[in-house]
Every structure is written in structure tokens, then in C-alpha cells.
Design a protein around this ligand. Structure first.
Ligand SMILES: O=P(O)(O)OC[C@H]1O[C@](O)(CO)[C@@H](O)[C@@H]1O
Length: 620
């Protein structure tokens, strides 16, 4: 394929799709000879725009995509104020499954929009793509791997094949091993080097080996049932290579009573490995090198490197390359630290909640399928209405780490610029996820959401609080106070407030523009009956699958993450430079002017650091 025909193809793609503000022009490098793509990628090129979708067609070339593009004009003529008056519409935009209730009537969408989105799903072969995932096909094609996190929470008797082998027995072997080990540690039959029970756990890991477990831990920490099981125990997470994170993690802990779990899929991640060496030193400098055997265990797919590090492979908990890092919380990555803290029975409930959504996702018709609906609406908001961000707003402090986790799940999965076949996308994929629990967010960034940029919001509410508080004499309970906001905010966004309304309230003329709310700002509301291990599993799986749905429709590979590599390799170059400059006083070389200046300044200003590093551990 010559660069010229690539350029022609690109322009044709643009011509075939109606160009909206969210469509990106090709960059000059898109036409560079260095960008080679498989010839098969372009086989559809000679065809005139057709409704038929071949494996290499971009979704924007299909008729349903074009219909939705045209439909945007119809939607622009509507306002949520009016759409919300249509009871029938609202009712058909509410779905319930296994206690979860989704109301998406505050999306800027009509029933016609939904029909068009289902047609888009069909054009993207969504059903087939979901089936391909569940049947273990190598849908992560750039890494030649299956994507089977659903197997991590499948019942013992399920059959899920990867490369012709049922992986469920392997999953349960590890779960049984975790159950056994965590019970030993919790009961005190596994003791530390000095004979003391291990009551504190530090889990070292970053990205997917950290964010999911932290989210679940934070959510369980105030669940009354889980609290009972966690009495007298602590679970901490060491992620950042910043030594301050080491200091914070070991503060107040005694190595004699601490178990360190090193969590890394690859067992090569620079941050995790340095933190692991640091805590190994913390343990062995106090208790002697042999103490590592009792105080350090690992979770990894790379058991060879675990052994090389000095951790007994018998104390390693495996998982598999068909589990993506950000989808690994249901593997030993999350199950081990969480079982150590709360006991296996609680974690099993979490797995069951996720599994319930896995079944629903695979079998429910799209109109009733919560992850599918969430995913299609996100595609509608991003690719058609042109809203690039999404706010995740749980009205529960226990879910404070949910948005940071979903940030990785979503942005590392769908932050892609090319299709699964390597064709540059003439439309944007992925969205910018952020969020905070309500009501805290209301006093922070909601101003922008109400009167500034349009940001589709996910409001997540819980019917029964984990920790109810009632005060005699108060109008409502503390949880009702919180939930008053959960119910009010979506309507404030949808309806807004007009100048006429303000005039009736005698607001002075000059303040009217400042006090007007345009409204018509989309949101959806998700109501969970309570927040226990089971519901947390449901919530997690719903969002994981939503992200997959979006990726399937956009035609990208949601399961690789090549975008994280470049920065890592540049850091390796800098690390070498810092070493040679500090040990041999060599000048900074091989970097651009700016980086050279910055590095030189950094080295000069910290020249008091000894070249041959003595061991120094933080003590706070
Ligand atoms: O579990 P590992 O191999 O240490 O990787 C940690 C994280 O690093 C990444 O590879 C990239 O940042 C994530 O996808 C992953 O979750």
C-alpha cells in the first residue's frame, strides 16, 4: 500500500462519514511511508459506501453511523425539559436487573435514538464480538491473547475455554489456594519470622495491580459485614515509586507483624519492583534475610521472575495472560489482599456479584442489557453529540476510589487512535473520565457542569447506607440528606432555569445571565439497593463491560495499552543518565535542549546525594 493510496483512503473515509466537530483530521505523519499497515486493512476501499460491514470496515462507513450523524440535528431541536414530560419515553428508558436500577431518561436521546443505536450495535456485530470474548478468541489481537476476565468469577462448574483448554479449574485452584493461605494468615497459623501473627498487609502494585483492589477495599471498609471480618487487621497499598509513598505505608507498622504482597502481572514494572526491593530491605534489615520467606508473597503471571526475586513459588499466586491488568481485580491481584483483610467468604460474594452481571451481559437483549445500554449511550455522547468527557459521581463516600479505577479501565482501554486493524480513526474514541463522590464534587467542579461545559454524568446512588445516622429533631436522616442531592442534581442539569423563571422571582436584570441555567445536560442514574460485596461486584462488572461495548462499537482493541510504552523507555534513558552523572560526574548528553537544562539543574541542585547510595529507609 503506497502512502498516496493511504492518503486517498483516509480522505474517502472522511468523505464517507459526515464531518462533525469531533472528527479529527489526519496528521501529516499519517501519510508518512513509515506507517505500514496490513494490506487486508484496505480491501474494502474500492467499494462504494455500503451498509455491509466487513471485518475491515470502519464503523463510520456504515449506514447506521451516518443515520445517527444525521439524527443529531433532530436531537438538537429537543430539550430535556420537554423530553422528560413524555412519560412513555421515560418509562422505556428504565431498566432493572438483579436489584440494579438504571434510569437513562435524562440522556439527550429519544426512542428513535435508541433504535438507531441498536442498529449501530448490529452494524458493529456487537453480539458476535461479545460472544467472541466469552468464547476465548484472541480478540486482543496485538498481543495475540484472549480476554477472559469473566472466567475469573465464573462458577466452579462453568466451562470457558482459552486455546482449547477450560480455564475455570485453574481459576478455582488459585482461589482455593488463596482461601487456604488467607485463612492460615488470619487465624495465626501462618506466623512471621519472630513467631508473631501477621495482622497487617501491604500490597505493592500499580495501575491495574492497585486501583481495582483499592476501590473494592475502600468500598468494603465500612460495610458492616466486612468490618466484622476485618477487625484488628490493616490493608495498605503501596503504588507510587515516590519514596513518600513508602514512608506513608510503613509508618506505624512493624515488619514483625506485616505481610507484603507483591502484585505485578509482568513482575517487571519498574515502580513495583523498586518498591518490592525497598520493602524486602525493610523486612530483612530488621528481621534478617530469611524472614522474607514468611513475610513476602507474590501475585503474578511470571512465576520465574517471582522466584528470581527471592519469593518461594509456593507462596506465589498465579494468574494468566488472558487477564488484562486493568481487568484483574477478580484474579489473585484483588482476591488475595482482599481475602487477607476480609476473609475469602466476603470476596466470594464480590465475585458472585460480578458473575451475575457477566451472565446478564452475555444473554440479555440489548434493550434490557445494562452494560450495553451504558456503552451505547457513551458512544452517542462522545461520537455524535461531541461530549468528550464523562463524570462518575457516586453518592457514597465508600465509592471514593471508583472513579479513579474506572479512569484506568476506560481510558487505558479506549484511549486509542487506530482501529483494531491499524487504520487511523477518523473519529474520536474513548472519553475523559473523572469523578468524586457527591456531595463533595458539588462544592468543587459541578459549577462547570451546570453552567460551563456539557459533561454527561453518571449519578450512582445507594438505597440503604452502610452506616446510617439518624438524629432526633433533624428533618431527614443523614443518608436521606445525601440522597436528596442525588435526586436533585440530575433534574437541575436536565431542566436548568430560564430567564423567565428568574424574572418571576424578581431577580435583578443584570444578574439574570449569571443565574440562568441552560439545562439540557445529560445524565443517567444508577440506583443500587445497598453497598455490599455483591453489589460492588455488580457495579465493577457493569462498568468493565460498558467499556468493552464502547470499544467493540468503535472498532478498536480495548485490551492492549501500547500508549504507556514510550514514556517508560524514555525514563530508562534518563535513569541511565542520572546514574552516570552521579557516579562519574559526566555531563548530560543525548537529550534535547530543554531536557538537558532541566536535568543539569536537577543534578546540580541535588549534588549532595552520595554517589554510592547507602541504604536509607524512611522512618516516620
Ligand atoms: O501488573 P504490572 O505488570 O506490574 O503492570 C501494572 C500496570 O502497568 C501497565 O501495564 C501500564 O501502566 C498497566 O496496564 C498495568 O495495570
Amino acid at each position: 500500500m503506497s502512502p498516496i493510496s493511504r492518503a486517498v483512503k483516509f480522505l474517502c473515509n472522511l468523505a464517507h462519514s459526515s464531518s462533525g466537530p469531533s472528527e479529527i483530521p489526519p496528521s501529516p505523519t499519517d501519510f508518512g511511508p513509515q506507517n505500514f499497515l496490513p494490506a487486508s486493512t484496505f480491501s474494502f476501499f474500492s467499494a462504494v459506501p455500503s451498509v455491509e460491514m466487513t471485518s475491515t470496515t470502519l464503523i463510520c462507513d456504515t449506514q447506521p453511523w451516518k443515520d445517527l450523524k444525521a439524527h443529531v440535528q433532530d436531537i438538537k431541536k429537543t430539550h430535556l425539559r420537554d423530553l422528560m414530560n413524555d412519560k412513555e419515553r421515560c418509562e422505556s428508558m428504565m431498566v432493572e436487573f438483579d436489584g440494579m436500577f438504571l434510569d437513562y431518561s435524562r440522556q439527550c436521546a429519544t426512542l428513535d435514538t435508541m433504535d438507531k443505536l441498536y442498529k449501530l450495535a448490529e452494524a458493529a456485530s456487537l453480539k458476535q464480538q461479545i460472544n467472541r470474548m466469552y468464547s476465548g478468541e484472541h480478540i486482543n489481537s496485538t498481543e495475540n491473547r484472549s480476554v477472559l476476565h469473566v472466567a475469573l468469577r465464573a462458577p466452579r462448574d462453568a466451562v470457558i475455554n482459552s486455546d482449547g483448554k477450560n480455564v475455570v479449574p485453574d481459576v478455582w485452584n488459585v482461589l482455593d489456594k488463596i482461601k487456604d493461605f488467607s485463612e492460615k494468615v488470619r487465624s495465626g497459623s501462618w506466623i512471621g519470622a519472630t513467631g508473631k501473627p501477621l495482622k497487617d498487609v501491604i500490597a505493592i502494585g500499580i495501575g491495574g495491580s492497585f486501583l481495582g483492589p483499592l476501590f473494592v477495599h475502600t468500598a468494603l471498609q465500612t460495610d458492616p459485614e466486612a468490618v466484622e471480618f476485618a477487625k484488628g487487621r490493616q490493608l495498605r497499598f503501596l503504588a507510587n515509586v515516590d519514596p513518600i509513598d513508602v514512608a506513608r505505608n510503613i509508618a506505624g507498622l512493624n515488619p514483625e507483624t506485616t505481610l507484603v504482597v507483591v502484585v505485578s502481572k509482568t513482575f517487571t514494572t519498574a515502580e513495583t519492583m523498586l518498591n518490592a526491593r525497598t520493602l524486602r530491605e525493610w523486612i530483612s534489615s530488621t528481621l534478617g534475610p530469611s524472614a522474607v520467606a514468611k513475610h513476602m508473597v507474590a501475585v503474578s503471571t511470571n512465576l520465574t521472575l517471582v522466584e528470581k526475586f527471592g519469593i518461594d513459588p509456593n507462596n506465589a499466586f498465579a494468574f494468566w495472560d488472558w487477564v488484562g491488568g486493568r481487568y484483574s481485580v477478580c484474579s489473585a491481584v484483588g482476591v488475595l489482599p482482599l481475602s487477607l483483610q476480609y476473609g475469602f467468604s466476603i470476596v466470594e460474594k464480590f465475585l458472585k456479584g460480578a458473575s451475575s452481571i457477566d451472565d446478564h451481559f452475555r444473554s440479555a437483549p440489548f434493550e434490557k442489557n445494562i452494560p450495553v445500554l451504558l456503552g451505547l449511550l457513551s458512544v452517542w455522547n462522545v461520537s455524535f453529540l461531541g461530549y468528550p468527557a464523562r463524570a462518575i459521581l457516586p453518592y457514597s463516600q465508600a465509592l471514593e476510589k471508583f472513579a479513579p479505577h474506572i479512569q484506568q479501565v476506560s481510558m487505558e482501554s479506549n484511549g486509542k487512535g487506530v482501529s483494531i486493524d491499524g487504520v487511523p480513526l477518523p473519529y474520536e474514541a474513548g472519553e475523559i473520565d473523572f469523578g468524586e463522590p457527591g456531595t463533595n464534587g458539588q462544592h468543587s467542579f459541578y459549577q462547570l457542569i451546570h453552567q460551563g461545559r456539557v459533561i454527561p454524568c453518571d449519578f450512582i446512588g445507594i438505597v440503604k447506607s452502610q452506616q446510617p445516622v439518624y438524629l432526633k429533631g433533624e428533618v431527614v436522616s443523614n443518608h436521606d440528606e445525601l440522597m436528596s442531592n442525588f435526586f436533585a442534581q440530575p433534574d437541575a442539569l436536565a431542566y436548568g432555569k430560564t430567564a423567565e423563571q428568574l424574572l418571576k422571582e424578581n431577580v435583578s436584570q443584570h444578574l439574570i445571565p449569571h443565574k440562568t441555567f441552560s439545562g439540557n445536560r445529560p445524565s443517567l442514574s444508577l440506583l443500587l439497593p445497598s453497598l455490599n460485596a455483591y453489589n460492588i461486584g455488580q457495579l465493577l462488572a457493569s462498568y468493565e463491560h460498558r467499556v468493552a461495548v464502547e470499544g467493540f462499537v468503535w472498532g478498536i482493541n480495548s485490551f492492549d495499552q501500547w500508549g504507556v510504552e514510550l514514556g517508560k523507555s524514555l525514563a530508562t534513558q534518563v535513569r541511565k543518565q542520572l546514574h552516570t552523572s552521579r557516579t562519574k560526574s559526566e555531563p548530560v548528553e543525548g537529550f534535547n535542549f530543554s531536557t538537558t537544562k532541566l536535568l543539569t539543574r536537577y543534578l546540580q541542585a541535588s549534588s549532595d546525594i552520595p554517589a554510592d547510595l547507602p541504604t536509607l529507609l524512611p522512618r516516620i
